[in-house]
Design a protein around this ligand. Structure first.
Ligand code: GAP
Length: 468
């Protein structure tokens, strides 16, 4: 087994075993490309979302937040172009009936031969030609009996209304971004924002995807963190703004999320790959076990979206400069990320094997539990009582774990594997001296800390790690 394949297996196994990520609807045999976030996964995901929200919305004076609907007026998706062209090119095997994304079929075929290929932006005719010319077989049954390549829309359709005759078709949002454009007028009318400013939103997005099965990398529903940064192109140099966003995203990933720089790179979209309305698009990519893949997209979308919504809604979405009175449609730069991909990256990048222990070297701010509290011996009521008191007191302010099973060594290893930065043990000395042993996850060093100092100890540890 290659190193990467084995890391992937170990990650998936740890994620399930320790309650980070479970297969979707497992008791019914599973549902392809869907997952559940377990007790620890939901904490880690929330910590990543909070980090995103604090860093990009609360700590900046040029940003505001939004929480728009998952179900928007269906015209939104006509205006945005999703109804007409948000589609993947698919191909079906006539023999075994399996359906595959045509680009994945071609890329995987060449990858197996040790050749690199990129078919981003190719038309269905061009994809058909490559499959025919190279006599690419079906990866499931081995036959070469393909339908032509066809486009399938990724939007999930549903209906509103309970009376069948009165039902109307709507879509689950295929990106959070459109909600921002739709609320643009209300935001400028109700707040004091002036250009340049951004609107950020976190929330669920839905896409009817066929995937390569890379665990949570590409799923049917996922959380997006999207920002539309509005500006006046006659005042701001868009290239400079674009570069400053590149810098902010890089700092967030390497600083706030503590990811190693050598596992990250920027990749610029070619003219073929880039959406027609975008002047420049770059992806921040992470080195997943299955290769460098998109983590965060950064696109200069010009004034395309606001203009489209003006056209389809008939409502004026222009901005009036409060000083000059100039009226115009702002342009936007859009950083768009999947929170689930951030979680995947954070788990993979912090995974370490040291001797016989597995450690998730998560920043304390991201760790699901900030500390675990143990009584040295579970059968000594005086130790259990004091440890329990400390645990309940810390729990008022921090997510902390309790463990009284097995021996101390096993408890340490169990907490290391889920990334708990500190383990606090109440022993016989604690009863006289009012202190505990605090063991550090990364250095494995131990120190005595007074019980009354434990809250400050954790506050400092979390704070210290926020400033990197
Ligand atoms: N508004 C632009 C937009 O939605 P995108 O590249 O389609 O752009 C943005 O999506 C980010 O959302 C991606 O960089 C990726 O992190 C995440 N993402 C996209 N599709 C996903 C899926 N099916 N599962 C998980 N994350 C996904």
């Amino acid at each position: 087994m290659s190193e990467n394949a084995s890391l992937m297996d170990k990650w998936i196994s740890l994620a399930k075993r320790r309650g980070f990520v479970f297969p979707g609807s497992e008791i019914y045999g599973g549902l392809a490309n869907s997952y559940e976030y377990g007790p620890l996964g939901v904490e880690l995901k929330k910590n990543i979302q909070d980090e995103w929200w604090n860093n990009f919305i609360r700590q900046r004076s040029d940003m505001v937040g939004l929480d728009s609907s998952i179900i928007l007026h269906p015209k939104v998706w006509e205006a945005s172009g999703h109804v007409a062209s948000f589609a993947d090119a698919m191909i079906d095997c006539k023999n075994c009936k399996s359906r595959t994304r045509a680009d994945h079929l071609i890329e995987d075929y060449f990858e197996k031969k040790g050749e690199k290929t990129n078919v981003e932006g190719k038309s269905v005719e061009e994809l058909d030609k490559i499959i025919q010319e190279n006599k690419i077989p079906c990866p499931v049954c081995g036959k070469r009996d393909w339908t032509p390549v066809r486009k399938f829309n990724l939007l999930f359709e549903t209906k509103i209304g309970i009376v069948p005759e009165d039902q109307s078709k709507v879509y689950l949002r295929g990106e959070t971004a459109q909600g921002i454009f739709v609320s643009f007028k209300n935001i400028i009318d109700s707040t004091r924002v002036t250009l340049p400013f951004g609107v950020g939103q976190l929330g669920k997005t839905f896409r009817n995807e066929i995937t390569k099965g890379n665990f949570i990398f590409r799923t049917l529903e996922f959380e997006q963190g999207e920002i539309e940064y509005f500006f006046d192109p006659s005042v701001e140099d868009w290239n400079k703004l674009f570069e400053s966003w590149k810098d902010s995203l890089w700092k967030f990933v390497t600083g706030n999320l503590n990811v190693r720089e050598e596992n990250l790179r920027w990749r610029e979209h070619s003219d073929e790959e880039r959406s027609f309305y975008s002047k420049r698009t770059e992806d921040l990519e992470y080195k997943f076990p299955f290769g460098f893949k998109e983590l965060w997209g950064l696109a200069y979308r010009t004034d395309y979206d606001l203009k489209q919504h003006m056209k389809y809604s008939g409502v004026d979405l222009s901005y009036s400069d409060p000083v000059s009175g100039k009226k115009f449609i702002p342009h936007v730069i859009e950083p768009a990320v999947g929170i689930n991909r951030l979680l995947a990256m954070v788990m993979l990048d912090s995974y370490a094997e040291e001797g016989d222990r597995v450690v998730l070297k998560l920043k304390p701010r991201l760790a699901p539990y900030k500390a675990a509290i143990f009584p040295l011996l579970a059968n000594k009521p005086e130790l259990v009582e004091l440890a329990r008191k400390i645990y309940l007191d810390l729990k008022k302010e921090f997510p902390v774990a309790w463990d009284a099973r097995g021996n101390i060594g096993k408890r340490y290893y169990s907490q290391d594997e889920i990334g708990t930065p500190y383990c606090m043990t109440v022993d016989f000395d604690s009863l006289d001296k009012d202190d505990v042993t605090v063991r550090n996850r990364d250095t494995m060093k131990q120190e005595r800390v007074p019980i009354k100092e434990l809250k400050n100890y954790l506050r400092n540890a979390i704070q210290e790690n926020s400033s990197q």
